[in-house]
Design a protein around this ligand. Structure first.
Ligand code: NDP
Length: 290
C-alpha cells in the first residue's frame, strides 16, 4: 500500500529532514506555521504544502517543533487520520510523550517519541540518530520512514524513553561544553596556544565532540553559526534535571551544568547558537577563547 507521509515544522531540522522524504514516498505533505517556508519547500523538493488539517490525514506524520508544549497545543484541536502513526522528532518531555500516547490511542492514532541527534548537518545528509520510545510494533511500522532520514535508529524503550535518552545526551554535551570552555579559558590565561593545545587534547582522553568539532568549528573561529539555539539546549538540560529530580537522585554535575547553560541563555542575544556559552565564560574570565 502506498503510504502518504507528512512533516510538520520546517525549522532548522525539519526543513532539511523533510527534503529526503520525496526520494522514498510518492506523496509527501508539509506544513509550517509560517506558510511561505512550506511553499518554498514544496517548490524546491517536490513536497506539497498543505493546511495543518490536511497534513494530519497522512499515514505517517512527523513533527519537529521546539517543545512538547508546542506539540500538545498543536495536536489538541486536530482530527487526525484513524490508524495514523505520529512520529514526534521534537526533543521533548517524557511525561508529555506518555500523555500523548494515551490520548492519541483513544483516537486510534499511535504515537512515538522519536527525537534525533546529529545537528543540521545530520539532517541534511540523512545521517541522524533516532532514539525512539513507544510501542515496538508501531516502531517497526514507522521504521522505513525514519530510515529515510537517519542512520542509527534505535527503539530504546516504552513511551517517553526516547525523550529521556535525548535529554541525557544533550546534558552530556552541555557538561562537555561548559568544561571545555573552562579548560580553554584556563589554558589561554596561562599563555598556551589553543589550536595546538586542542590538537593534543583531541588525540588524548579529554577528547569529545565538543573539543573536536564545537570548539574549532564554532568558537575558536568566532563564527557561532546559528544552527541550534541556546534556549533549546537550556530546555533539554532542564528536562534532564527534571528527570534527575523526579527520581530523587543526587547529580551535582547535572544541576550545575543546567544552571550554567540557563545563565548563558539569559545572558546572550536571544536565540544565539549553543556555542555562545563560550561568551559567558569570556565575560566572566576576561579571556577570549580563540
Ligand atoms: P527551529 O526554531 O529552527 O524551528 C522550529 C520550528 O517549529 C519552525 O518550523 C517553527 O515555525 C515551528 N514552530 C515553533 N513554534 C511553533 C508553534 N507553537 N506551533 C507550530 N509551529 C511552531 O528549531 P529546530 O529545528 O532547531 O529544533 C526543533 C526541535 O529539534 C527542537 O526540539 C530541538 O531541540 C530539536 N533539535 C534541534 C537540533 C538542531 O541542531 N537545531 C538538533 C537535534 C534536535 P516558524 O517557521 O513559523 O517559526
Amino acid at each position: 500500500m502506498t503510504q502518504i507521509v507528512s512533516f510538520i515544522g520546517l525549522g532548522a531540522m525539519g526543513y532539511r529532514m523533510a527534503a529526503h522524504l520525496p526520494k522514498h514516498f510518492s506523496k509527501v505533505l508539509v506544513w509550517n506555521r509560517t506558510s511561505n517556508k512550506a511553499e518554498e519547500h514544496a517548490t524546491t523538493y517536490g513536497t506539497q504544502a498543505v493546511t495543518l488539517q490536511e497534513a494530519v490525514q497522512a499515514d505517517i506524520i512527523f513533527s519537529c517543533l521546539p517543545t512538547s508544549a508546542d506539540v500538545e497545543h498543536l495536536i489538541q484541536p486536530l482530527t487526525i487520520k484513524s490508524g495514523a502513526i505520529w512520529v514526534d522528532c521534537t526533543s521533548g518531555v517524557p511525561e508529555s510523550a506518555k500523555k500523548l500516547e494515551v490520548q492519541l490511542k483513544e483516537k486510534n492514532v499511535a504515537y512515538l517519541d522519536a527525537p534525533v541527534s546529529g545537528q543540521t548537518i545530520g539532517a541534511e545528509n540523512a545521517t541522524l540518530t533516532f532514539m525512539v520510545g513507544g510501542n515496538i510494533e508501531t516502531f517497526e511500522k514507522a521504521l522505513p520512514a525514519m530510515q529515510a532520514l537517519g542512520k542509527l535508529i534505535k527503539h530504546v524503550g516504552d513511551s517517553g524513553a526516547g525523550f529521556a535518552v535525548k535529554a541525557v545526551n544533550n546534558m552530556l554535551m552541555a557538561v562537555h561544553l561548559c568544561a571545555a570552555c573552562e579548560g580553554a579559558s584556563t589554558l589561554k590565561s596561562h599563555g598556551v596556544n589553543l589550536q595546538e593545545a586542542f590538537e593534543c587534547i583531541n588525540a588524548s582522553s579529554g577528547q569529545s565532540t565538543v573539543t573536536s568539532s564545537v570548539l574549532p568549528q564554532r568558537i575558536f573561529n568566532r563564527s557561532f553559526p546559528n544552527t541550534f539555539a541556546l534556549p533549546l539546549l537550556a530546555k533539554d538540560t532542564g528536562i534532564a534535571l527534571d528527570l534527575v529530580q523526579n527520581a530523587k537522585l543526587s547529580a551535582p554535575v547535572i544541576a550545575a551544568s543546567q544552571s550554567l547553560i540557563q545563565a548563558a541563555s539569559n545572558l546572550v542575544e536571544p536565540n544565539s547558537d549553543f556555542s555562545t556559552v563560550a561568551k559567558m565564560y569570556e565575560m566572566l574570565n576576561k579571556v577570549t577563547i580563540e
